[in-house]
Design a protein around this ligand. Structure first.
Ligand SMILES: [Zn+2]
Length: 437
């Protein structure tokens, strides 16, 4: 089944969960000409119509990831636009935002156009390029935001690096405001962070590893909130990990500052004690690091109450040689597209998050943060749809990932909840096979 345009597809018997449209109940979703034609309790359908049986499953808008590293151009041994887009679909993500720290970085139209061209050629998930805040990610000179926006970039970010100069950050917010681009920031005061391998706390002391305090993030979040307030720019805080950051963002939003935020599945699910338990496993090393208990509790609460808008994966594939080294030598980053739903659904079962809020944080919320299409099942919208089996048990086996990256801290875990089908523009572009791939 390919879902050619013109032919209708009836997705029947599933729980349609569309937080933006206020829908939560057993419905039939009808796709026609690649678009959502109808979401209804009772639908007349021709006897020979193409149907998908979604009984026992959830039917949701396709997930949108605000934060993926697809590594192309330049590091295709880690991931390509095509392999990343394939991994995205396996996780229920029908659209991903590609971070600009490629080689060369996406600080001009030609790189953004190449990423879009590779995505078109792959014909899988939608890919939205993110441009650099500064030329060459150097933090010295602003990139050309008009050119980036015109070539399809949906935000600017120097992700992987903080913008250390407050003056440059001010100008970035002002300049981006003229093009209505969000400025997405990796918050880490490098002088306060120092040379670090994990979160600063009792676990780091015990392991004899150098730690980075949560405040290295918080002080930058507070600085940039002040600058967003000064400029009226749109600030988006990436991968929030610290209690103080959550508090600062919550207070700023109450004052009306234009600040949004995201949190990763791994910062929601894991903490610094998991680094200890893993025995220095470098698949537990990322930036920001897995934090202490109070931080983990705070990001969970922040996600539940909407202070942290979206769940974003920070999918960061690396090759084995970059990870099979000593802990403090290993590169930062973990893959996340294929495990995000299963990992986060566990928070619902534990009463930390409602199912509606979980789906909102993966669909309507990220669409709103970057102003992207999708995120809902409105009539006439392109049919980007995920079908999820919330009861499917599976074991995370990185060798079977569609991503080229195998660096997952969830390897070996039993997860419950998995995407079984994904549609992009009404085309069935992912269907789980019996082998679970
Ligand atoms: Zn980052």
């Amino acid at each position: 089944m390919s879902g050619e345009s013109g032919e209708a597809i009836f997705i029947e018997g599933g729980r349609v969960l569309d937080p933006r449209g206020g829908i939560d109940g057993i419905r039939t979703l009808v796709i026609r000409d690649g678009r959502v034609a109808e979401v209804a309790e009772r639908v007349e359908r021709p006897r020979d119509a193409r149907t998908v049986d979604a009984r026992g499953k959830w039917v949701t808008p396709g997930f949108i990831d605000l934060h993926s590293h697809l590594r192309e151009p330049g590091q295709e041994y880690k991931e390509t636009v095509a392999s990343g887009a394939r991994a995205a679909l396996a996780g229920g993500f029908t659209a991903v935002c590609a971070m600009p720290n490629t080689v060369p970085p996406c600080d001009n139209a030609s790189v953004a156009e190449l990423v879009l061209e590779r995505a078109r050629a792959a014909g899988l998930a939608r890919v939205h390029p993110v441009g650099c805040i500064s030329k060459g990610l150097k933090g010295e000179e602003l990139a050309e935001y008009g050119e980036l926006k015109a070539s399809g970039c949906v935000a600017v970010s120097d992700d992987g690096r903080p913008v250390m100069s407050p003056a440059l950050m001010r100008r970035a917010l002002e300049y981006a405001r003229a093009f209505d681009l969000p400025v997405a920031v990796h918050e880490e005061d490098l002088s306060l962070a120092g040379k670090w391998a994990m979160h600063e706390g009792p676990a780091a002391t015990r392991l004899g590893l150098r730690g980075m305090p949560s405040q290295a993030e918080e002080v930058m979040v507070r600085r940039d909130i002040a600058l967003a307030e000064l400029t009226g720019g749109r600030l988006h805080v990436q991968h929030v990990s610290a209690e103080g950051s959550v508090r600062a963002i919550r207070e700023a939003r109450k004052r009306g500052v234009r600040v949004t935020a995201e949190v990763t599945p791994h910062h929601l699910a894991l903490g610094d004690e998991d680094v200890a338990r893993s025995g220095y496993d470098t698949d537990f090393k990322m930036c920001p690091p897995l934090r202490g208990e109070t931080d983990v509790r705070a990001v969970r609460e922040g996600l539940a109450d909407g202070t942290l808008d979206a769940i974003a994966t920070d999918h960061a594939p690396h090759s084995l040689v970059e990870k099979a080294v000593e802990f403090d030598q290993a590169l930062n980053g973990v893959v996340g597209l294929e495990t995000a739903f299963g990992v986060c659904l566990d928070l619902c079962r534990r009463g930390i998050l409602s199912e509606r809020r979980l789906i909102e944080a993966l669909t309507a919320a990220p669409a709103g943060v970057f102003g992207l299409p999708g995120g809902g099942l409105e009539k006439g919208a392109p049919a980007d749809v995920a079908i999820l089996d919330p009861g499917m048990e599976w074991t995370v086996e990185p060798d079977r990932f569609l991503s080229k990256g195998h660096n997952s801290p969830f390897k070996g875990r039993r997860l419950v909840g998995r995407c079984t089908h994904a549609f992009v523009g009404g085309r069935l572009v992912h269907e789980i096979s019996r082998g679970g791939r």
